[in-house]
Design a protein around this ligand. Structure first.
Ligand SMILES: *[C@@H]1O[C@H](CO)[C@@H](O)[C@H](O)[C@H]1NC(C)=O
Ligand SMILES: *[C@@H]1O[C@H](CO)[C@@H](O)[C@H](O)[C@H]1NC(C)=O
Ligand SMILES: *[C@@H]1O[C@H](CO)[C@@H](O)[C@H](O)[C@H]1NC(C)=O
Length: 357
């Protein structure tokens, strides 16, 4: 029955033909089910099946940025944009990813947007020296980074997937992401193991029960040994399993010690020692004297401390005592400039700046 959807309707200004899907006035071009974003024609965007008559993924025509629009015409501005009622043209929604991209909002990076959302890979600075980071859809940094010059294969698909699974309520996800947020080769989760394609996570082997992990072609005895979970995460997953068990019996969580792991299974940058929080390297060892009191832990990210340890003198910025970047920096001649939480130029990052988003 779906070929009925496939009527090609050319959307010219004001004339947009019959409804293709009952109740939906958008046009679908071209007339096929499409799985590849790059195959959509100009000025259209891939939409999931849920929006295309619940039948298959397809391309929806949109009016582009600055294109003429009519609030009631039925053809929408592209995702992240809205029809400005005074100017009757498509403008970025205030404070959206597109708004920041269109308005040179940050000094050292132009956000990449994906519909309304932030794209997974965001690169700051300039190509030879800059760095790319994994971001969630809302624009928060998540696990995974790489020098821009080496980031051609970076997808952040693993970091994104773990976060989405956790947001859906799965507390005990054990997928392993590599340092750039892609998939490690060997994956185990929820009692099953498989070999994964690095960029997409697609299984490229049989999927076996965890106790048969060593049969997989990507299993490497020297690196993995007998246990898939790494030191930090085995502690974390043990806690999570108890939490899940206790929640099933309506018991309150016991007071577990603080455990902070990265998605590659290593220790996170912020660690606890009694009443003190400190900045740690991947093996939990302290990075110099960077520390803060327990009550200040929410503001602590240790990104400056970690970067200094990783890149040495390449990082000239001053760190705060808690290991974060100091947002206010000064050049040798005393000129003030501002950097964001990742140490990149950003005029909006100083405490006294008048940020509107
Ligand atoms: C896409 O949009 C741009 C800007 O609105 C317009 O100039 C161009 O003709 C459009 N292309 C197609 C194929 O409709
Ligand atoms: C990206 O992937 C290709 C193909 O696997 C590989 O040849 C290339 O070295 C990779 N680039 C980097 C920077 O790792
Ligand atoms: C200070 O140095 C910066 C570059 O580091 C330069 O742009 C600025 O003009 C200098 N200011 C003064 C007062 O010399």
């Amino acid at each position: 029955m779906w070929p009925l959807v496939l009527t090609l309707v050319v959307a010219t200004t004001g004339a947009y033909g019959a409804e293709v899907c009952p109740g939906l006035k958008t046009m679908y071009l071209p007339p096929q089910c499409i799985n590849d974003r790059d195959k959509c024609p100009q000025n259209s965007t891939l939409e999931p099946a849920s929006k295309v008559c619940n039948m298959c993924d397809g391309c929806t025509a949109y009016i582009q940025k600055d294109g003429e629009c009519e609030p009631t015409s039925g053809i929408s501005c592209k995702p992240g944009y809205e029809c400005d009622e005074q100017e009757l043209k498509c403008v970025a929604k205030s404070c959206s990813c597109q708004y920041k991209a269109d308005n040179s909002y940050y000094k050292s990076w132009t956000p990449r947007c994906d519909g309304f959302d932030y794209a997974p890979v965001q690169c700051k600075g300039e190509k030879p020296t800059g760095r790319c980071f994994c971001f969630d859809k809302k624009g928060n940094r998540i696990f995974g980074e790489q020098l821009w010059a080496n980031a051609e294969n970076m997808t952040c698909a693993c970091s994104r997937q773990v976060q989405e699974l956790q947001d859906q309520g799965r507390k005990d996800v054990t997928l392993h992401c590599n340092e750039q947020g892609n998939y490690e080769e060997l994956q185990c989760d929820d009692g099953l193991c498989w070999c994964a394609e690095e960029k997409t996570g697609k299984p490229i082997s049989q999927i076996l029960p965890e106790n048969m992990m060593i049969m997989l072609p990507c299993y490497d005895k020297l690196n993995v040994g007998s246990a898939y979970l790494r030191q930090c995460e085995s502690l974390l997953i043990a806690q999570k399993k108890i939490e899940i068990e206790m929640a099933a019996h309506n018991s309150r969580n016991p007071n577990f010690p603080y455990v902070n792991c990265e998605l590659d299974g290593s220790y996170g940058a912020v660690q606890q020692d009694g009443n003190q929080m400190y900045c740690a390297w991947k093996d939990k060892s302290r990075i110099e004297g960077y520390a803060a009191e327990l009550r200040d832990m929410a503001n602590m990210n240790c990104r400056c401390a970690r970067d200094k340890k990783m890149y040495g003198n390449l990082i000239q910025h001053i760190c705060l005592g808690n290991g974060n970047y100091n947002h206010e920096q000064y050049t040798n001649n005393g000129t003030r400039y501002c950097v964001d939480a990742d140490g990149f130029l950003d005029d909006n990052a100083c405490p006294d700046s008048s940020v509107s988003c």
